[in-house]
Ligand binder design. Structure first.
Ligand code: FAD
Length: 482
């Protein structure tokens, strides 16, 4: 199994009661939730791997309220866990006895500047809300992930989220100019800089991005916008194997440069799983293929003829045997239908029983070797295991998921998680890769981090944690190995 849930922290009843009264007086009793039924959805993460506990969920509405609450908790010695949309996949947002702070009422877009191409958004804005606000201003906020209707900017920042357009625009770290953060002692760091250039010492914002709430609570950010694309070409392609997909990636990249915005891969098993379980999905190509690529090209330049460019590159790819069949979306609806096939894969897998997941990255050039060798080793380890390796191939980020053999007991299968971790993560590291590409460490990969992270890097991380949060009150038990 993944890292076990920690023992819940115990808070003295009198201390807790005084603390909650103080907070209720500040933000109103309606925003201090202690009822078990209301708390329940906040205490379990999406896959049901971890179930937590908390004495209360508090819902501040402003950065000042967050600072007040964190300061009051520091006075009382009570730890806190920040929670965004609760879509995280490594359990970082689940409290084990700590006070839970939801950011969802901090949901204002404070400012949009189409000249600077910046937006100041509060942490509780959903990603979709931010994308829409950017579009309304004629701009693009390019982060795009399957959970965008519910995940929040604070969660995206704290996990350094990736998604389907990293190839062109980078991940959340690269989409952020500045941050506003409440530190574990209640002080506020106002780092809402809009500058592209600012060489005045350590890059503090990069400490908090990807820290998963272990260094403080992000309350707002200056996000980087881009001009909105005026043209988009989306193609679904049948390819014989990941090596052919890599050749196709190189070809499209050479032809389209940074107009190649996304390059996703999924295997036949993944495609069949989606078509079988997700209502309204339609087979994209007439035939059946061992692998599928979803490629997207976008441009802001009115004179770019992306369709012509894509067709020419694909004709050459057919000639070279890299592509077996292809279809270009002829409408927005077709484009959305293609993306739905890719984005519903995680949900569809739930219908195939237990799934052991690895969110890993390797250099792009090693993706075919990684998929082939990891599949070979896992199938030898447990005959009948069904490999579903898919994801952001253009970033070298593969979700190497393993569905249980048909008919096997789910609990018995999941009990073998550790053995698969060793096979997959040893291989990833031997190829120069990372055991967490975009989902973070949270609780799930804490012990894995201890095994694979450079010891000097781990010591530096522990020193930073000790300097910023000496009393260990910010999201205790997450990220850093125990
Ligand atoms: P939560 O789950 O609430 O929290 C995540 C972590 O951030 C926790 O450690 C929490 O304590 C901390 N945190 C939350 N808010 C704050 C704050 N304001 N300040 C400090 N710390 C905070 N992820 C990707 O990167 N790419 C994908 O393509 C992708 N696809 C997904 C598809 C689906 C269907 C699902 C369910 C998830 C997917 N994810 C993906 C994972 C998840 O959506 C992201 O990790 C997301 O960024 C989490 O945001 P959230 O608001 O739900 O955060």
């Amino acid at each position: 199994m993944p890292s076990a849930a920690p023992e819940p922290i115990q808070i003295d009843a009198e201390v807790l009661s005084a603390l909650l009264a103080r907070i209720a007086e500040r933000i109103g009793p309606a925003h201090v939730v202690t009822d078990g039924a209301d708390l329940a959805p906040h205490l379990v993460e999406g896959r049901g791997l971890y179930r937590g506990t908390t004495p209360a969920l508090v819902l501040p509405a402003t950065q000042q309220d967050v600072a007040f609450i964190v300061s009051a908790c520091a006075d009382a010695g009570v730890p806190v866990v920040p929670q965004g949309g609760n879509t995280g996949l490594v359990g970082g947002q689940v409290p084990f006895g700590a006070l839970l702070i939801s950011l969802r009422r901090l949901n204002r877009i404070r400012d949009i500047d189409p000249v600077d191409l910046t937006m100041v958004a509060e942490a509780g804005c959903t990603l979709q809300q931010v994308q829409q606000a950017a579009a309304d201003a004629g701009c693009l906020f390019p982060l795009s992930i399957g959970s965008e209707g519910s995940c929040q900017i604070g969660g995206n920042l704290s996990t350094n989220a990736g998604g389907t357009a990293v190839l062109r625009y980078g991940n959340m770290r690269e989409l952020t100019f500045g941050l506003e953060v409440v530190l574990p002692d209640g002080r506020v760091w106002n780092g809402l800089s809009r500058l592209r250039k600012d060489n005045t010492g350590y890059a503090l914002k990069d400490l908090f991005i990807g820290a998963e709430g272990t260094l403080g609570i992000i309350t707002a950010a200056v996000l980087r916008l881009y001009p909105a694309p005026t043209e988009r070409v989306t193609a679904m392609l049948g390819v014989p194997d990941p090596a052919a997909a890599l050749a196709l990636f190189r070809r499209l990249r050479a032809a389209a440069g940074d107009c190649l915005t996304g390059f996703e891969i999924m295997p036949r098993f993944g495609m069949e799983t989606v078509l079988k379980h997700m209502q309204g999905t339609v087979r994209p190509l007439a035939g059946d293929h061992a692998w599928y690529v979803l490629a997207e090209l976008t441009s802001t330049r009115p004179d770019d003829d992306l369709s012509e460019l894509a067709l020419a590159a694909l004709a050459a790819a057919f000639e070279a045997g890299e592509v077996e069949d292809a279809v270009l979306a002829a409408s927005e609806a077709q484009c959305d239908a293609m993306w739905r096939l890719r984005e519903s894969l995680s949900d569809a897998q739930k219908f195939e029983g237990g799934s052991i997941k690895h969110d890993v990255s390797v250099p792009v050039s090693r993706v075919p070797d990684f998929i082939a060798e990891a599949a070979r080793r896992c199938e030898a380890h447990l005959p009948g295991v069904r490999v579903c390796a898919f994801g952001h191939m253009g970033d070298g980020n593969i979700h190497f998921n393993l569905s249980q053999p048909v008919g096997m007991d789910k609990a018995a299968y999941l009990a073998g998680w550790e053995g698969f971790n060793r096979i997959v993560h040893d291989l990833v590291v031997s190829l120069g890769g990372s055991i967490s590409a975009e989902h973070g460490i949270g609780l799930l990969k804490r012990e894995e981090l201890a095994l694979y992270k450079d010891p000097v890097a781990l010591a530096l991380m522990a020193a930073i944690k000790a300097a910023v949060d000496p009393r260990g009150l910010a999201n205790p038990g997450k990220v850093l190995p125990g």
